[in-house]
Write a protein that binds this ligand. Structure first.
Ligand SMILES: [Zn+2]
Ligand SMILES: [Zn+2]
Length: 548
């Protein structure tokens, strides 16, 4: 450390840890290497990792249960409220990776950044508790994650609440329950920890129990190492590490789920489903169940999906609602699905963007139910805002009702807006937005039956969608394939869907190429022959790529 840890803060923090892990011995060791005087006064996050190498070399590689806490006098953070920051450090030593869990505290940030009416000791104790929570894997449960900030807890009075959400807000509301810094983990975070414990406790013999506890620790380390490898561009190596361990009989549920995630990313949906099933059998949590349910829906196995997510006691989150709605619709209960979307769109705490997304999802569902008037009504407000996805959907509904002129007008507006905005956003950091705009432009052009300028848009999308996570977030593979089917380019659509980035199932996977095909006919006022062909291709596409 390069500044003095606060003794009282540590005493309080250790109480919390002992309370969380009764019967566990907790010991604090102070290490003065490098000597405090040798530490730089001001460190950037990147410089920190170089600095860390100096003491990491001395860390024993016996996989003990130590957690390393680094105190820095000044650390340059780029975000408000970051008084601490979780790490593991990964060191390669003698042909293997050594996992060094821990976190960093910066005294300057503890001093100034947040909770202006809370004493120094309490702040430090809070940061210690909070970062310790991250280090042991909290919060990995969307059931109580903060909307838009999944690593933090939503529960008031939990130490895993986000520091950032506090900064200004809590300064304005001193004395209110949410402005206090909680020094303990809330019930929901504690029950997540208990869930892991249950897997360990489910062992029948003491030896097996001991074994499972060790296995869980081992697997958690392995996952952290794989994550680190991936972040450093070594995906193939990460995949190998996980695959080797998942093949063992005694792999933990988390490891099976992680391996399933890798398989899904690679487009091997059936193998991914098998791994996720195994994880759920072994008692994996809610997040894994929903991931599996989503994939099952993609394979048309709606009953199994619904069985998986039905018995969950807590209210569904905004991330879970589309999956439940999908399963409900698939099992012939579209009314219930619509009610669920309506319910979500009225919930407090749902970010605005997500609320719009929910209404769009509802409108699409109503459209599929043949209730176009209601769908149109829902979209009317968005039209005046020039929200491009809503314009495209409004165009679809207008066409579905035979209002070809109106449909053409809306789609034209969407296309022009998307192209215009695409031209004006050339900066590299806008890539996320550019992908979304390019996809919208292609969708609108396809429905308008225009392929002028399409090739350059497709090339742009290929480039922007090379980042697979980004492509998945926008459902790029699916949307593009749907547009290509509309344009009659079935082979190309299939090829793109089957490409790796088409394997993920987007929220709006309902967007129906067959419907699009019919709409295009309305716009062209042409015969029915092609439409039938389009639908047949649609079925093939879905069978091949695991779509709806
Ligand atoms: Zn945090
Ligand atoms: Zn919590």
């Amino acid at each position: 450390s390069s500044c003095e840890p606060n003794e009282k803060a540590w005493r309080g923090f250790l109480d919390t840890v002992r309370n969380l892990l009764p019967g566990t011995e907790v010991e604090v060791l102070q290490d003065d290497h490098p000597a405090p005087a040798e530490w730089p006064k001001d460190v950037s996050p990147a410089g920190l990792d170089a600095l860390a190498q100096r003491w990491l070399d001395r860390v024993p590689d016996d996989e003990s249960d130590s957690i390393y806490v680094v105190y820095l006098e000044r650390l340059q953070f780029d975000r408000v409220g970051e008084a601490g920051s979780k790490r593991p450090w990964i060191v390669r030593r003698g042909g293997r990776y050594v996992y060094v869990p821990g976190f960093i505290l910066s005294c300057n940030m503890i001093e100034h950044a947040f909770a202006p009416f809370v004493g120094r000791t309490q702040r430090e104790r809070f940061v210690l508790t909070h970062e310790f929570g991250h280090t042991i894997g909290l919060v990995a449960n969307e059931g109580h994650s903060f909307p838009g900030d999944l690593g933090h807890c939503r529960e008031h009075g939990c130490a895993m609440r986000s520091l950032e959400s506090r900064s200004l807000f809590s300064a304005l509301t001193v004395g209110a329950p949410w402005s206090r810094l909680s020094m303990r983990f809330g019930d929901r975070c504690r029950s997540d920890i208990a869930a892991v414990q249950r897997w360990v406790d489910a062992a029948t013999t003491t030896a097996e129990r001991h074994d499972r506890a060790g296995r869980f620790r081992h697997d958690a380390r392995l996952l952290a190492i794989a994550e680190w490898l991936e972040r450093h561009g070594r995906e193939a190596e990460a995949f190998r590490v996980i695959r080797q361990t998942a093949a063992r009989d005694d792999a933990s549920p988390e490891l099976h789920a992680a391996y399933g995630g890798y398989l899904r990313q690679r487009g091997d949906l059936d193998a991914a489903i098998e791994e996720f099933r195994r994880a759920v059998e072994l008692g994996a949590g809610r997040r894994t169940r929903f991931a599996l349910a989503r994939m099952l829906c993609g394979r048309g196995k709606y009953d199994e999906a619904l069985d998986l997510i039905r018995p969950l006691p807590e209210r569904p989150t905004m991330f879970e609602v589309p999956v439940i709605a999908w399963a409900l619709e698939g099992t012939g209960r579209p009314e219930q699905a619509a009610r669920l979307f309506r319910w979500l769109s009225r919930q407090r705490g749902v970010p605005r963007g997500y609320r719009y997304e929910t209404r769009l999802n509802l409108a699409r569902l109503l459209g599929r139910m043949g209730r176009c008037e209601e769908a149109r009504h829902l979209l009317a407000k968005f039209e005046s805002w020039n929200w491009i996805p809503a314009l495209i959907d409004a165009g679809r509904f207008a066409a579905q009702r035979g209002e070809a002129e109106r449909a053409r007008g809306l789609l034209r507006r969407a296309e022009e807006l998307a192209l215009q905005k695409l031209l004006s956003s050339k900066k590299a950091k806008d890539e996320e937005r550019r992908l979304s705009l390019a996809l919208s432009a292609v969708e609108a052009s396809a429905l308008l039956d225009e392929d002028q300028g399409l090739e350059s848009l497709l090339a742009l999308i290929d480039r922007l969608a090379a980042d697979r996570t980004r492509a998945a977030r926008h459902g790029a593979g699916y949307r593009l394939a749907a547009a290509l089917v509309v344009l009659g380019r079935q082979q190309e659509a299939r090829r793109r869907l089957l490409a790796a980035w088409g394997s993920y199932l987007p929220q709006d996977a309902h967007t129906d190429p067959c419907l699009n095909e019919r709409l295009r006919q309305v716009l062209r006022k042409s015969g029915a022959g092609e439409g039938v062909k389009g639908c047949a291709v649609r079925d093939d596409l879905h069978r091949d790529a695991g779509m709806l």
